[in-house]
Design a protein around this ligand. Structure first.
Ligand SMILES: Cc1cc2nc3c(=O)[nH]c(=O)nc-3n(C[C@H](O)[C@H](O)[C@H](O)COP(=O)(O)O)c2cc1C
Length: 189
């Protein structure tokens, strides 16, 4: 069974996008799509970027743990809010920290906002940064508009049927890339 990681990007006091990360974790487990864990950037609270992990003389245990979790994830879902038309510094901070760890990593992006457009202005900038660092960005999208109304604190969607249908398409696309990467890795070894 593949192993997925969900990066919950928001470190904002009173954050709401973490509801979507919680939903994905619960739904993936319920459907037995994969084993899964949340990588919560609010727990890591990395300092503002200083240098890439591989060049740091004394990396913190948290940085090493974060790298380990990224390495061991077969695929990743990034849940990110939209702040002023872009993604929060917390996720850029975490992306820049690593390098080879992202190589060919299938990554699907779920954007979140409290407005009507589901944070979809984030998608191009985040995809571009992930492309630059040689991750494999998955084309499926999962925008979440009006997050406070559409998901409760426990990640339960207000419209389960509609959300599950969209989540299935999104997760299956990610899992297709995970499987393709596995097959190619086997072929190359
Ligand atoms: C600094 C800041 C900037 C924001 N800018 C936008 C924006 O450009 N577009 C939008 O739709 N929502 C915007 N919002 C609303 C957020 O998308 C909404 O608060 C969402 O819940 C943020 O995720 P979080 O609660 O996990 O931090 C902004 C919120 C903050 C705090």
């Amino acid at each position: 069974m593949p192993h997925l990681a969900i990066i919950s990007s928001s470190v904002r006091t009173g954050r709401n996008s973490n509801r979507v990360a919680t939903f994905f974790r619960n739904y993936i487990l319920e459907k037995k799509y994969a084993t899964v864990e949340i990588i919560d950037l609010n727990e890591y609270r990395f300092p503002i970027f200083d240098e890439r992990l591989k060049y740091q003389k004394q990396p913190t245990p948290q940085m090493l743990q974060f790298a380990d979790k990224v390495i061991h994830a077969d695929g990743i879902i990034i849940v990110t809010p939209e702040y002023n038309g872009g993604y929060p510094a917390s996720i850029k901070n975490a992306i820049d920290l690593l390098y080879d760890e992202w190589h060919r990593k299938p990554i699907a992006i779920s954007t979140v906002s409290d407005g009507a457009w589901g944070g979809n202005q984030v998608i191009t900038s985040l995809q571009f940064s992930l492309w630059k660092i040689r991750a494999w960005t998955v084309t499926a999208m999962f925008p979440v508009p009006k997050v406070e109304q559409t998901f409760d604190e426990n990640g339960v969607p207000a419209d389960p049927a509609g959300v599950h249908k969209r989540a299935d398409v999104f997760i299956r696309e990610l899992l297709w890339c995970v499987e393709a990467r596995k097959l190619m890795n086997e072929k190359e070894t």
